[in-house]
Ligand binder design. Structure first.
Ligand code: AMP
Ligand code: MG
Length: 342
């Protein structure tokens, strides 16, 4: 009888321990940076999860007030209208300016956060789309040379080119995801999934210890074309299908621009997905490699193989870097599937 009671007590204690360790999911959704964002956090403490979710939401609202091109109180709005760097220059903005100058240089100008006047002329900021005259495009392109910042110290109160306007639309969500991951880590969260308008960021593994399963969107339809297993990685896709307009002949004009000619990209790619730990790096490169096109993108990776990529071409080919070999599963019937080795 005595033995039975102690067995029961041990069983109860173990059960209680298991219940207290069980990771429950807390999910929060909100709209920020013009996108629908969802944060899903797994933790044994619902309170801890809720605190982290709230802190993330607050932080992203803070970032929006720095980076938005349309909020009159934002720092970027101030720069674009006054052509002066604000004083004080917030550390986030300084970091993004320095990072952008570095990535502009490394991507040979494919990533360029100074295309705003060109993008606006095509109507992408207001959705009142139009095809500008070539003369207008060439005139606006004169003010988009981000290389003027290569040796800049980004001092507060310094002047920028009269016609220049900035837009961190190609990097902002990735930067925000990195900030969110830092908040989760500060709160001791080891398992979470963030979806910032299609920019996915995973923290650790799923609560059951298995890898996260992320779907790569079908550019021509609704379902996923690949399933990808990841751990503690950002999975960021840039695709022409995300935002575009068509003329009366069915020509498509997309929201990703070729900084060389000031026109929407019209290359051989349908989408580019970057997989790596940093959301900021993934977001920058998904846009830049899209601009480069298939051949140059693969070449760029061979020279800078510190990330993985998935390219989906307009010819329905799938091309991915060797690091994803064990983790990617094509679902769609691609014309060809190629693994790229270094
Ligand atoms: P993403 O969806 O991350 O590829 O970012 C696309 C957004 O970045 C566009 O909506 C524009 O606001 C901006 N953008 C377009 N083309 C470029 C480019 N070549 N470099 C940097 N930003 C760009
Ligand atoms: Mg991007």
């Amino acid at each position: 009888m005595k033995k039975n009671i102690s067995t029961i007590s041990i069983f109860i204690i173990i059960s209680l321990m298991m219940i207290s360790c069980r990771q429950t999911k807390t999910s929060e959704s909100f709209t920020a940076m013009n996108t629908f964002m969802t944060v899903s956090v797994y933790s044994s403490s619902a309170k801890k999860s809720q605190t982290a979710c709230q802190q993330i939401q607050n932080r992203i609202q803070e970032l929006e007030k720095i980076l938005s091109t349309t909020l009159p109180e934002s720092d970027v709005y101030y720069i674009n209208h006054s052509k002066i760097l604000p004083s004080p220059l917030k550390p986030e903005l300084k970091e993004l300016l320095e990072y952008s100058a570095d990535m502009h240089k490394k991507t040979y100008g494919a990533f360029n956060p100074a295309l705003y006047p060109v993008i606006r002329e095509w109507g992408f900021t207001t959705e009142e789309y139009k095809i500008p005259s070539e003369q207008k495009i060439q005139q606006l392109l004169l003010n988009t040379d981000f290389s003027v910042f290569y040796d800049s110290e980004f001092l507060p109160n310094s002047k920028i080119n009269e016609g220049m306007e900035l837009d961190f639309g190609a990097i902002g969500k990735g930067y925000a995801a990195d900030e969110a991951v830092a908040i989760l880590k500060e709160n001791g969260i080891t398992s979470a999934l963030l979806d910032f308008g299609g920019n996915i960021q995973t923290v650790g593994k799923k609560p059951d210890g298995s890898l996260w399963n992320v779907g790569i969107r079908n550019p021509w339809g609704k379902s996923a074309v690949c399933a990808l297993k990841v751990e503690s990685k950002a999975v960021v896709t840039s695709g022409g299908y995300e935002r575009f307009f068509e003329d009366e002949n069915g020509n498509r004009y997309i929201h990703i621009f070729d900084p060389k000619n000031g026109h929407p990209c019209d290359g051989d790619l349908e989408s580019v997905t970057i997989v790596c730990p940093s959301g900021k790096y993934a977001d920058t490169l998904s846009t830049a490699l899209f601009v480069m096109g298939k051949e140059a993108a693969v070449e760029w990776w061979k020279n800078n193989p510190d990330f993985d990529f998935i390219l989906i071409t307009k010819n329905h080919e799938l091309i991915y870097s060797e690091g994803l070999n064990k983790f990617i599963e094509p679902i769609y019937h691609f014309v060809s599937v190629e693994t790229v080795h270094r």
